[in-house]
Design a protein around this ligand. Structure first.
Ligand code: NAD
Length: 444
């Protein structure tokens, strides 16, 4: 049997391999640069408030043991960062990934505050993560890890304080374990402690596909603005998880032709259009939930090679829906897409964004493009608090009107200040956050 030490060495090596070829950019530094750039257009906001917006409000690091299937225990490190609780409770996902760092979680928490402000939700931002490789853990080990992590952070989460949700490698089942653990500790059911739960314990209809649906709505608005017909638009999607798969499926249903899709295992390419429902069925049947082995396109193996080819495809619309730092100054010049909609958080580095702007790529930033998930999470929380549940049609209709209005708000701000869409989204968000900080003032 593999010793814990050998297993950890192997995981470290795999992490290094995963990162190979990807420019090392600290996402927290990227987030601060994005804030500074937008703040340059807002001289009316005092520098102290900008400094406050660049720093998370509260950070919790926990090191905790989990009993593994071989009977031994392993120590895991987890984080919960609450960037802001100024406009309301903090809100943000929990990710399980071997490359999780405190700085990554800080960046993701900042982006959540910005995102909630762009789409006008009464929330601040938070994020959480555990350093682990879920691809190598059993369901029982994942359940034990989730329950113990929930216990470790239970004093800082809750429906009025901080509400987690799914992110990379976590899902409705993970949320159910968190909800159950938190409820057991309280002694009564608390469905509003997390969103993205299964429907039977207070989940919201339409939440599973909400982020992808939002990305598709925003893509439709961007194409319309660029006078590009949706029908026949060629699309490449990087990442085929909760966000990427629904984005590809809904864009396909809208009439787009999805010609490239990649994930951790490689990329599949078909100039005649990939049969997206068939690929979804293939992935859900595969043990590792990957696209490798799909026979509906030419397959290029490997997380580096398949993804490199995908990002540089000559398509109308590119949707990165995997991880941060995928489009860097190294490959930004080779991006062939006319429109880029960031479904993932932080897929484009600040330097790469400048290159894309110069090359006239219409870039829709993550804090607008993927906000559909937190919008429907907000609906879920509202329903939990009110104990009154909506139909899927109501959810989709309300989500669409928020997404369309937010796109228009960001576009109008971009025109007003003469800036790109990312800077415009940050200008909007920083103005709202600063106004809330100034209105509440400092206690005591
Ligand atoms: P997920 O775990 O369901 O899927 C991630 C996908 O990315 C998988 O297909 C995986 O194989 C692929 N992937 C991982 N590393 C890769 C690499 N190096 N190259 C290519 N593909 C790789 O995660 P998700 O929930 O779909 O999240 C994807 C992105 O969207 C993340 O940036 C996340 O923060 C963001 N996001 C998620 C939500 C949500 O509701 N889940 C909401 C907003 C933003």
């Amino acid at each position: 049997m593999e010793s814990i030490e050998l297993k950890e060495n192997r995981e470290l090596k795999e992490n290094r391999e995963l990162k190979a070829g990807i420019e090392e950019v600290n996402p927290y530094e990227s987030a601060k640069k994005q804030i500074d750039k937008a703040a340059g257009y807002l001289p009316e906001i005092i520098p102290e408030i900008i400094e406050k917006i660049k720093k998370p409000h509260r950070e919790l690091t926990v090191n905790f043991p989990v009993r593994m299937d071989d009977g031994r225990f392993r120590l895991f490190t987890g984080y919960r960062v609450q960037h802001s609780m100024v406009a309301g409770p903090a809100k943000g996902g929990i990710r399980y990934h071997p490359n999780v760092t405190l700085d990554e979680i800080r960046a993701l928490a900042i982006w959540m505050t910005m995102k909630c402000a762009v789409v006008n939700l009464p929330y601040g931002g938070a994020k959480g993560g555990v350093v682990c490789n879920p691809r190598e853990m059993s369901q029982r080990e994942l359940e034990a890890l989730t329950r113990r992590f929930t216990y470790e952070i239970c004093s800082v989460i809750g429906p009025d304080m901080d509400i987690p949700a799914p992110d990379v490698n976590t899902n409705p089942q993970t949320m159910a374990w968190i909800m159950d653990t938190y409820s057991m500790l309280k002694g009564y059911p608390v469905p509003g402690v997390v969103t993205g739960k299964p429907i039977c314990i207070g989940g919201c209809r339409g939440r599973t596909e909400a982020t992808g649906r939002g990305v598709a709505i925003i893509s439709g608005e961007a194409l319309k603005y660029e006078n590009m017909p949706i029908k026949g638009t060629t699309v490449a999607v990087q990442g085929f998880g909760k966000v990427g798969s629904h984005t590809a499926r809904i864009l396909n249903e809208m009439g787009c032709k999805v010609v490239g899709i990649s994930d951790i295992s490689g990329g599949t390419f078909n100039p005649n259009g990939i049969d997206v429902p068939k690929l979804i069925a293939h992935v859900s049947k595969s043990e590792e939930r990957i696209i490798a082995g799909f026979d509906g396109g030419k397959f290029v193996e490997g997380s580096n090679h398949g993804n490199e080819e995908l990002l540089e495809m000559d398509v109308d619309l590119l949707v990165p829906a995997a991880m941060e730092n995928q489009i860097t100054k190294e490959n930004a010049h080779n991006i062939g897409a006319k429109v880029l909609v960031e479904a993932a958080n932080g897929p484009t580095t600040p330097e790469a964004s400048e290159i894309l702007n110069k090359n006239d790529v219409f870039l829709i930033p993550d804090i607008l493009a993927n906000a559909g998930g937190v919008v429907v999470s907000y609906f879920e929380w509202v329903q939990n608090v009110q104990r009154y549940y909506w139909t899927e049609e109501e959810v989709n209709k309300k989500q669409k009107s928020i997404m369309v209005k937010s796109f228009a708000d960001v576009l109008n701000t971009a025109k007003e200040y003469g800036v790109d869409m990312r800077t415009a989204a940050y200008i909007l968000a920083i103005r709202k956050e600063a106004e809330a900080i100034q209105t509440r003032m400092i206690w005591p």
